[in-house]
Design a protein around this ligand. Sequence first.
Ligand code: GDP
Ligand code: GDP
Length: 435
Amino acid sequence: MANIVAIVGRPNVGKSTLFNRLTQTKDAITDDQAGVTRDRHYGLAEWLNKTFTLIDTGGYVVGSEDIFETAIRRQVSIAVEEASVVLFMVDAMEGLHPLDREFANILRRSKKPVIVVANKTETFERNQQAYEFAALGLGEVFAISAETGSGTGDLLDEVIKHFKEDDEPNPYEGLPRFAILGRPNVGKSSLLNALVGEERSIVTDIAGTTRDSIDTHYNLYGKEFILTDTAGLRKKTKVRDSIEFYSVMRSLRTLEVCDVCIMLIDATQGLESQDVNILRLAEKSKKGMVLVVNKWDLIEKDHKTAKHYEDAIRKKLSPMDYLPIVFASVKEKKRIFKVVEKACEVYENRKKRIPTSQLNDVMLTAIESYPPPMIKGKYVKIKYVTQLPTHTPAFAFFCNLPQYVQESYQRYLENQLRKNFDFEGVPLQLVFRKK
Ligand code: GDP
Ligand code: GDP
């Protein structure tokens, strides 16, 4: 079950400030690299080991004065439709505003839990004033400062109380779960249909009740797997002009329920920033990934085309350089098997456990031949490596000065792991601990 928290409220109350604080800018899927969008309105946050997706709905709705009413309705309808919890933000510095009442009127009618968050309460007076928002009739008011972070702990304690636990038994425990992602028109349904068309490939169809998805059990080309699909369940949206928002939301949901995502792009369009954003989010969620360049039949090619195409994609994906790329044509049924096969390989890579002795043999040798450089007059000495007992590959390096291991050296270690053990398509986590 995807836990989604939406922030609503009129402009300038501090929605994006809170968003940035909770999703932590250092983990942001935006960055300064060319081609990656700067304005980001959704991201992952974590509190007490519970992760959730946070959405700043304000970013999706630009209202000018005269269309405020509509803008409010849109924001709220996005939030109420998609979120498990709605944070309704108001500004304690300005006090109760007529637009706050409009938001409250609409929110009161929704069935979702709504939490009133009075922001900018750094001073004692404003903190006291925050309680005037109780007049909105939406229950307890949480006074916070998005800027300093005060009060956000109590707020998050309240937020996670509303999360539903996913206690539905999984009838397919142990089988790989794949999901197909991609922008409209890249060929997702064609791929699904091609797989369905393979005789007797489908074993069963099960609609998950709390998982928001339909699982289809395949036994195809000697591979057994589950394709999980959220598309069929998407209601026709009333909010016509938020298509990008909905396609992003769908991707987020889909990501949540899969082990490996199969990201399709259209060869004639190339890799776009939205695709890169979703892949970065997949990386952050530690999902396996396969990138499929579909409609390869439409590209005029010689023997170098695929290589050049691949180089261009890898440049855009940098530093995420471990994704397998498959050039396919669903229309001509070319390399569809390869896609399934790759996804299965990535699934296996994601489950892989390297024995400690083998890991140390390889990694300590690599470290010896290129030791960490001296930092501030000190040498980092890595003594021991072990894979952690986590669901996805994570490695702990025990050393004398964990805080001094530079990012460039971490990349070296990651590259060595990848070079020596096949982790194609899988994000790796490296942690440094004091020995
Ligand atoms: P949004 O339009 O709701 O996303 O609001 P922003 O996050 O862009 O914030 C609007 C303004 O309020 C900015 O100038 C922020 O610096 C300021 N602001 C946000 N949070 C706080 C806070 O906790 N305290 C104070 N004093 N100002 C804040
Ligand atoms: P979706 O929106 O991602 O589900 O995309 P569709 O599966 O509906 O495909 C969009 C269009 O692309 C349709 O007209 C398909 O026939 C076409 N299409 C899909 N795969 C291929 C392919 O490999 N080659 C070509 N030339 N067209 C394709």
